[in-house]
Write a protein that binds this ligand. Structure first.
Ligand SMILES: Nc1ncnc2c1ncn2[C@@H]1O[C@H](COP(=O)(O)OP(=O)(O)OP(=O)(O)O)[C@@H](O)[C@H]1O
Length: 334
């Protein structure tokens, strides 16, 4: 079944000024504070943010599981506040730690149950179910009750039940947490396939930067309840030009120099031997690189090599959340 996109709006997701406050008085928490974003159909969007940034609360508001204090949200053309039950025909979700499958049913029965719930005929769905069970290493356990499977396998069942429904929008909260490497790779492949071939929209929250960088068209970064960046992954990496270098030095290496470098730069992975001293350093501009070289020269230390490790989404994420720069303002030091 090719998803039929909602009629009221051509956007897959439209969140306007979403706000959620928990508690009152001193216990009041502004979990989500005026978040707005639109997502076009067929886009894979990563929702990133440190713990407590408001990702899960945002996701739950998109799914109608938490009622916003203010703001509105449409998903797959459905106004979430008005059409909560209709919404579930258009949206599939796997929330972190959620047991959204029936443990007494077998893997195959779960797939068939959820397929029938959203109106798929079993003759159409069986081929797809078989392929997903093969892909996620569950084919040999297809006729066993979910209760007899390992925790990791239960998660895979929950994941394929969500993917197999082929709803217009899929929401996944920390989908790779607890998955083995092979299943993680299959998940990446399947998500890209669903987006590219079937124009399905996927919103996923994850701390797994490699996953997000590999499969997301766009990332929304949240911090303290607000959106602090919303752009294509490659644009964010270009914008910050955070570069990590591996620096190798010849001994002797004065003791106080390490403390000086640690105080001035973001350094990691120090190793020291009789033959060399090595560390990694993240630099946000070319001039910082030359400052570092000058500091080494001033301390009379010989540089053996400085190799760029490239910059990735992980570097950008740290940069954004450490400094909490709204995109559009110039990052510090540039
Ligand atoms: N039901 C609740 N009652 C009170 N406070 C809550 C509730 N749910 C979330 N919060 C608070 O709201 C803030 C945002 O939480 P949320 O779970 O949305 O963040 P998150 O970005 O998903 O974090 P994590 O990555 O740790 O899951 C946190 O300070 C959290 O403690």
């Amino acid at each position: 079944m090719t998803p039929s996109h909602g009629s009221e709006s051509s956007l897959a997701i439209s969140a306007q000024n979403l706000t959620k406050t928990f508690g009152t008085g001193e216990d009041r928490v502004n979990a989500v504070d005026g978040v707005s974003f639109d997502v076009e159909p067929g886009t894979v969007v990563g929702l990133l943010g440190p713990n407590g940034a408001g990702k899960t609360t945002t996701i739950k508001m998109l799914l109608g599981l938490v009622t916003p204090t203010a703001g509105s949200v449409q998903v797959a053309g459905q106004d979430v506040a008005a059409n909560r039950y209709d919404l579930y025909n258009h949206v599939g979700a796997m929330l972190e730690g959620a047991r959204n499958v029936y443990w007494r049913l077998t893997v195959r029965e779960n797939l068939e149950f959820f397929a029938q719930l959203c109106g798929h005929t079993l003759t159409d769905a069986r081929g797809r179910h078989h392929r997903l069970m093969e892909q996620f290493g569950l084919a040999e356990r297809a006729d066993e009750p979910v209760s007899s499977l390992s925790r990791d396998m239960k998660q895979r069942v929950s994941l394929i039940c969500t993917l197999a429904r082929r709803t217009e929008v899929i929401v996944l909260d920390e989908p790779t947490l607890g998955l083995d490497l092979e299943s993680s790779i299959e998940l990446r492949r399947e998500i890209r396939r669903l987006a590219e071939r079937d124009a399905m929209t996927v919103l996923l929250s994850s701390h797994d930067m490699d996953l997000v960088e590999a499969i997301c068209d766009r990332v929304i970064v949240m911090h303290e309840g607000a959106v602090i960046a919303d752009d294509r992954v490659d644009n964010l990496i270009d914008l910050f030009e955070v570069q990590s270098y591996r620096v190798v030095l010849e001994p002797p290496f004065p003791d106080q120099l390490r403390a000086e470098l640690d105080g001035t730069y973001e350094t990691h992975n120090w190793t020291q031997s009789s033959d060399h001293v090595q560390f990694d350093v993240a630099l946000s501009s070319g001039s910082e690189f030359y400052d570092l070289i000058s500091a080494l020269q001033a301390a009379d230390v010989t540089l053996r090599s400085a190799r760029s490790l490239g910059s990735d989404l992980g570097d950008v994420f740290l940069e954004l959340t450490d400094r909490s720069n709204p995109i559009g303002s110039t990052p510090e030091g540039r």
